[in-house]
Write a protein that binds this ligand. Structure first.
Ligand SMILES: NC(=O)C1=CN([C@@H]2O[C@H](COP(=O)(O)OP(=O)(O)OC[C@H]3O[C@@H](n4cnc5c(N)ncnc54)[C@H](OP(=O)(O)O)[C@@H]3O)[C@@H](O)[C@H]2O)C=CC1
Ligand SMILES: O=C(O)C1=N[C@H](C(=O)O)C[C@H](O)C1
Length: 236
C-alpha cells in the first residue's frame, strides 16, 4: 500500500461533490481530501477538510488528482491549475464547450486526464449495447430520451450525447428529447423503432453514489499514470 491519494474535490458543495466527500470520509478509497473547492464556501473547514473558494484556487495545497463535478464556467481555471501543478484531472462536468473539450485534449499531452459523461458501470455497458443494436437495426428510427432532476442545467445530458455517439458509430441517426422533473437522479432510454416493432434499452440511476464511486476508483487509479486521455474502461 502506498500513501493515500491526495484529492482536490472541485464542485464540493454540489450534489455530486457532497456524495464524493461522504464516500471519501467513509473510506470508499484510500485517500485524503486536501481541498474542497466551490464557488462560495460557507466555512473554512468542514469535517477536517479545508474549504476553498474558486477564486482561491491558486493557493490550494499539493494534490495528486483533481475530481471535478462542477459547471463549465469553473472548468478552465481548474484545468490550468492541474497543468501547472502536473496533477491528474478526472472530470464528469457536462455541457463543456468545444473549446473546453479541445483544451482538455491538448492538456493530455502533459497530464493524465479522464473525462466521462457518466461514471456508472451500467451506462458503460449500455453504450456497447446501443452501438450493437444500432448496427443490427439499420434504418430504424433512433430516439434518446433523458430525464433528470429540475436543477440540471444542460440538455441533452452528457450521457444522452455519449449514447448518441455510440448509436452513430453503429450507423444510427439519433434524435434527442429531454425531460426535467422532480428529483430524478438520471434516466436514459434509447428507443429503436421499426415497422410494427420497437426495441427499448434503458438505464436508471437511483443514487448519485454510483457516479461518485466510479469517479473515486478511476481517480485513485489515475495517480502516477503517464500523461494521456484515459478512458473509464482503462481504469475500472
Ligand atoms: N459524469 C457523471 O457521471 C455525472 C456528471 N454530473 C455532472 O456534474 C456536474 C455537477 O452536477 P451537480 O453536482 O448536480 O451540480 P450542483 O449544481 O449541485 O453543484 C455544482 C458545484 O459546482 C460549483 N461551482 C459552480 N460554479 C463554479 C465555478 N465557477 N468554479 C468552481 N466551482 C463552481 C458549485 O459551487 P457553489 O455551490 O458555491 O455555487 C457547486 O459546488 C454537472 O455538470 C452534471 O451534469 C453529475 C452526475 C454524474
Ligand atoms: O446532472 C446530472 O445529475 C447528471 N449528469 C450527467 C449527464 O449529463 O449525463 C450524468 C447523470 O445522468 C447525472
Amino acid at each position: 500500500m502506498g500513501d493515500p491519494v491526495r484529492f482536490l474535490i472541485h464542485g464540493a458543495s454540489g450534489r455530486m461533490g457532497q456524495a464524493l466527500l461522504r464516500l471519501c470520509a467513509g473510506g470508499a478509497v484510500d485517500c485524503s481530501v486536501v481541498a474542497a473547492v466551490s464557488r462560495k464556501p460557507a466555512q473554512r473547514v468542514v469535517d477536517g477538510v479545508p474549504q476553498f473558494a474558486a477564486s482561491e484556487l491558486a493557493g490550494v495545497p499539493p494534490f495528486d488528482v483533481a475530481i471535478d463535478f462542477s459547471l463549465p464556467e469553473g472548468f478552465d481555471p481548474l484545468l490550468a491549475l492541474c497543468r501547472q501543478r502536473g496533477a491528474a484531472l478526472v472530470s464528469g462536468t457536462t455541457g463543456l464547450s468545444d473549446a473546453q473539450r479541445q483544451a482538455l485534449a491538448e492538456a493530455a499531452a502533459d497530464i493524465p486526464v479522464l473525462w466521462a459523461a457518466n461514471f456508472s458501470l451500467g451506462v458503460a455497458v449500455l453504450e456497447e449495447l446501443v452501438e450493437r443494436a444500432a448496427a443490427a437495426l439499420a434504418g430504424w428510427d433512433c430516439d434518446i430520451v433523458e430525464t433528470h432532476h429540475v436543477h440540471k442545467q444542460d440538455a441533452p445530458s452528457g450521457t444522452a450525447l455519449a449514447l448518441g455517439a455510440a448509436a452513430k458509430r453503429g450507423g444510427g441517426m439519433p434524435r434527442y428529447a429531454s425531460l426535467r422533473a422532480g428529483d430524478i437522479v438520471g434516466e436514459h432510454l434509447v428507443q429503436l423503432t421499426g415497422t410494427g416493432e420497437r426495441v427499448e434499452l434503458v438505464h436508471r440511476a437511483t443514487s448519485r453514489d454510483v457516479f461518485a464511486r466510479g469517479a473515486l476508483h478511476a481517480a485513485s487509479r489515475l495517480r502516477g499514470r503517464p500523461p494521456g486521455a484515459w478512458r473509464l474502461r482503462d481504469l475500472l
